[in-house]
Write a protein that binds this ligand. Structure first.
Ligand code: NAI
Ligand code: KPL
Length: 314
């Protein structure tokens, strides 16, 4: 299978290098990483040991591929879709955080599959990536149901030795992952702690409040996500990744823009559609956006707009 991985950073390089064990893979990324991959391939260390030689480029040339895997940060999705628009793919798979599939689907002709990845990846140096935790890729039709493209892509991932589940309930799974990220990412980034710090109060209850709010918004969106399911997923991930520095904490460490808009910000935005107040997510989003504006990693943004309920009561 011909695979294009668009966004050869931490996750894209790990997944692309592993896929290259069984498929023809081309990474699209930036120098000096691309130059190093061209020179010596990708060395994977940590929980997985591998050395493969995918092709690599800084500019996608429109060559067709069976599947395009998108692994840019959520806020780069529209630009990535524009770059891919000239290509021909049997399917496009997003492994990103956030509800980005619609952005891809609006710009690309190919069927867009939803995916979640609980592998941990960290780009160490150009050409070197660490697998900081073996997780699982879940993928399927973004609106749920059985999809032949998902079956084919899932087989390709499994043939490359990637733990993969082809799921018919991706809407629920994406909201469940969002509840986990809403609970973990901002809290650990703002408190500058590893995920395990959320095992005990006050962090545990803070994370649970954000996750419960997220599950409530999911239900308002017509997705069946009971609080108990969101909270058990949160507990499982906190325990399984207790030594991890969340991706948002890593972004704060590196003084880089975070994915707050795709995580807590998305809960606030979707909640407003249903006149639901989500004070914990709103506060976490406003704090992270304040940090981003203060560090100049994004233009100053308006604080989250007050909910309509508040406006109507004024
Ligand atoms: N790193 C991890 O362990 C995991 C990451 N994710 C998700 O995967 C997505 C990517 O995360 P990371 O890999 O950590 O981010 P990253 O920032 O390491 O990788 C994204 C890469 O895409 C590249 N890129 C962006 N636009 C490009 C363009 N137009 N042309 C070429 N290259 C371009 C960037 O230069 C960067 O290297 C995020 O949504 C994240 O939440 C999900 C699970 C785990
Ligand atoms: C699951 C979790 C929270 C692991 O750290 C993650 O997805 C992230 O850091 O973005």
């Amino acid at each position: 299978m011909d695979v294009l991985v668009f966004g050869a950073g931490s996750l894209g390089t790990l997944v692309g290098a592993l896929l290259a064990r069984a498929h023809d893979v081309t990474l699209v990324g930036r120098d000096p990483h691309v130059a190093a991959v061209r020179e010596g391939g990708v060395r994977v260390s940590g929980a997985v040991d591998a050395h493969t030689a995918p092709a690599a480029t800084t500019e996608y040339d429109g060559s067709p591929a069976d599947v395009a895997v998108v692994t840019v940060k959520s806020f780069d999705t529209a630009a990535a879709a524009d770059a891919l628009a000239g290509g021909s793919f049997e399917a496009v798979l997003s492994l990103q955080n956030g509800f980005v599939e619609e952005t891809l689907a609006a710009r690309l002709d190919a069927p867009v599959l939803a995916g979640t990845a609980t592998y941990g990846a960290r780009l160490l140096d150009p050409g070197r990536v660490a697998c900081t935790g073996v997780g699982r890729v879940a993928l399927g039709a973004r609106r749920g149901g059985i999809d032949p493209h998902a079956e084919r892509v899932g087989k390709a991932f499994r043939d490359a030795g990637i733990e993969t589940l082809v799921a018919a309930d991706m809407p629920r799974r994406r909201w469940e992952k969002l509840a986990v990220n809403a609970g973990i990412n901002a809290a650990t980034a703002l408190a500058r702690v590893e995920n395990g710090a959320l095992t005990d109060d006050p962090g545990r209850e803070l994370a649970r409040r954000a996750a419960r709010e997220t599950a409530r918004v999911a239900r308002a969106e017509g997705v069946s996500l009971p609080n108990r399911r969101a909270l058990s997923a949160l507990d499982e991930v906190v325990e399984a990744t207790s030594d991890n520095r969340s991706s948002t904490l890593q972004d704060v460490d590196d003084e880089k823009r975070t994915e707050v808009d795709a995580i807590n910000g998305a809960v606030v935005e979707r909640g407003e559609r249903h006149r639901l107040d989500v004070p914990t997510n709103r506060t976490l989003a406003d704090l992270l956006r304040t940090w981003e504006a203060g560090r100049g990693v994004r233009e100053a943004v308006e604080a989250s707009a007050p909910t309509r309920q508040k406006e109507s009561s004024q």
